[in-house]
Design a protein around this ligand. Structure first.
Ligand code: GAR
Length: 202
């Protein structure tokens, strides 16, 4: 069966990208293959992870390209040239326009470090999400993988996993635990689920 061709969009450390690369190696991700990595940041360590795994990596910098429109045009060019079926946002810190997301219905998925609809939407990204969860005083948080539509963090939920908050947690300790216990598990499982569904449809 033809494998779903996956592009992973990143901005930073790329531990979720690494989880996907490892899942492909171990056979957890078997219905899709990661064929392209695009970083919004030229210095992202995620690009080194891609290179180490032999996956072509490119940078699309909003600043260098001159704005959102040129940024999305460059991403679209790379996706089209590489015949991408599924786009995975893995620590991608830019919001994509409605014009962009509407061109890929149910073909973009994102991992968010909280249990949506809590601590999500504009301004809730990276460590800020965990700061907000601790400030609110919730006892349980987690991660969500969802389809991306025109509403930031508003698309259909694919998988969620809860993580308990500990009394002495800092945003940093909580972020690490949410990644290890939730994100790195449900992102590969979700990507396999969606890839398999897409491969069956074709
Ligand atoms: C992850 O916790 C991811 O869920 C979050 O940023 C971190 C990236 O880490 N993403 C967002 O907040 C997107 N709204 P990584 O680069 O090591 O995968």
């Amino acid at each position: 069966m033809k494998k779903t061709r996956i592009a992973v969009l990143v901005s930073g450390g790329g531990t979720n990208l690494q989880a996907l690369i490892d899942a492909e190696k171990s056979g957890i991700l078997k219905s899709g293959e990661i064929v392209l990595v695009i970083s919004s940041n030229p210095g992202a360590y995620a690009l080194t992870r891609a290179a180490n795994a032999g996956i072509p990596g490119y940078t699309a910098s909003k600043k260098a390209l001159g704005g959102q429109e040129a940024f999305e045009k460059e991403i679209t060019r790379l996706l089209t040239e590489n015949r991408i079926d599924l786009i995975v946002l893995a620590g991608f810190m830019s919001i994509l326009s409605a014009d962009f997301t509407s061109r890929y219905p149910r073909r973009i998925i994102n991992v968010h470090p909280a249990l949506i609809p809590s601590f999500c939407g504009k301004g809730f990204y990276g460590l800020h999400v965990h700061e907000a969860a601790l400030a609110y005083g919730v006892k349980v948080t987690g991660a969500t993988v969802h389809f991306v539509n025109e509403i930031p963090d508003g698309g259909e939920i694919i998988m969620q996993k809860a993580v308990n908050i500990r009394e002495n947690d800092t945003p940093e300790t909580l972020q690490k635990r949410v990644m290890r216990l939730a994100e790195w598990k449900i992102l590969p499982l979700s990507v396999e689920k969606v890839s398999a569904e897409m491969a069956n449809r074709e």
